[in-house]
Design a protein around this ligand. Structure first.
Ligand SMILES: [Zn+2]
Length: 229
C-alpha cells in the first residue's frame, strides 16, 4: 500500500513549498496568555475572553504605551530619593552612620576596594538608570512609529527584560556586602528611606518592562513592507 502523498514533504513525492510566515494579528487570530488556545479575534467584543479557559485575551497588551510611561515616570521620580536618602543606617559600638548609595561607593573606593565599589556602582546606579533610558527610548520609538533597526531594538528589550529578573538582587547585594565588609563586628543595620525608594525603582521598572509590548515595534514595520536589518 502506498503512503499518502504529503504535498509539503518531498520524501513522499510532494514538493516542498515555501514556508508561510504571518502574524496572529494579520491572520485575525489571538492566542490565550493562560492556556495558549489560538482563537479568532473578535473585533466587536470589547473584552474578549478565551473560549476554553475564560482568561482575558488581547491582540496586544492593553494600553501598553500609557502604562509603560506611567511606570517609567514613577520610577524616574523615585530614582531621586533612592540616591539622595540614606539607603542604610548602621549603629555599632563605634557609633552610628547613615549611608547613601553614592557615599557607600565613595567609601569603598577610598578604602581601595575598587572591585566592590565598581560592582555597587554598576548594580545600583548605572544599571537602573540605563534600564530607565532604554525603556523610554523603546517606548518613544514605538510612539514615533519608527522603522529603525527593529531587530536591535528587540534585542535591547530582551536584555532589559533579562536583567529585570536579577534586579532585586541589587538591593540585597548592597546591603549584604556593605554589612559584611564594613562591620565584621556586631552592628545593627536598618534600611533607610532610600532603600524603600530604590526597591520601588527596581519593581516599577520591572513592571514597566512587562507592560511594554515588543510586538508593537514590529507592527510599524510589517505593513510598510520595509526591509529590516
Ligand atoms: Zn485560555
Amino acid at each position: 500500500m502506498n503512503d499518502p502523498i504529503d504535498p509539503a514533504d518531498p520524501a513522499t513525492g510532494g514538493e516542498a513549498s515555501e514556508p508561510y510566515y504571518t502574524t496572529a494579528s494579520r491572520a485575525n487570530v489571538v492566542a490565550c496568555h493562560a492556556c495558549g488556545l489560538v482563537q479568532p479575534l473578535a473585533y466587536t467584543v470589547e473584552k474578549q475572553r478565551c473560549t476554553r479557559c475564560g482568561a482575558a485575551v488581547h491582540r496586544r497588551h492593553p494600553d501598553s504605551i500609557a502604562r509603560t510611561w506611567a511606570l517609567l515616570i514613577s520610577a524616574a521620580i523615585l530614582y531621586i530619593p533612592a540616591n539622595l536618602f540614606p539607603i542604610m543606617h548602621t549603629s555599632s559600638i563605634l557609633g552610628s552612620e547613615d549611608d547613601t548609595i553614592m557615599s557607600g561607593v565613595a567609601l569603598f573606593w577610598n578604602d581601595g576596594d575598587y572591585p566592590l565599589a565598581a560592582v555597587i556602582f554598576v548594580a545600583s546606579i548605572l544599571v537602573p538608570m540605563l534600564k530607565l533610558f532604554t525603556l523610554a527610548f523603546l517606548t518613544i520609538s514605538v510612539q514615533r512609529r519608527s522603522t529603525w533597526r527593529p531587530r536591535q531594538r528587540t534585542t535591547l528589550f530582551r536584555i532589559v527584560e533579562g536583567i529585570g529578573r536579577w534586579s532585586m538582587l541589587d538591593v540585597f547585594v548592597i546591603t549584604l556586602t556593605v554589612a559584611l565588609v564594613r562591620f565584621k563586628s556586631l552592628a545593627v543595620i536598618t534600611p533607610g528611606p532610600g532603600a524603600l525608594a530604590f526597591a520601588s525603582v527596581v519593581v516599577l521598572t520591572m513592571i514597566a518592562s512587562m507592560q511594554f509590548d515588543p510586538r508593537l515595534m514590529w507592527d510599524n514595520i510589517e505593513p510598510s513592507g520595509k526591509k529590516y536589518d
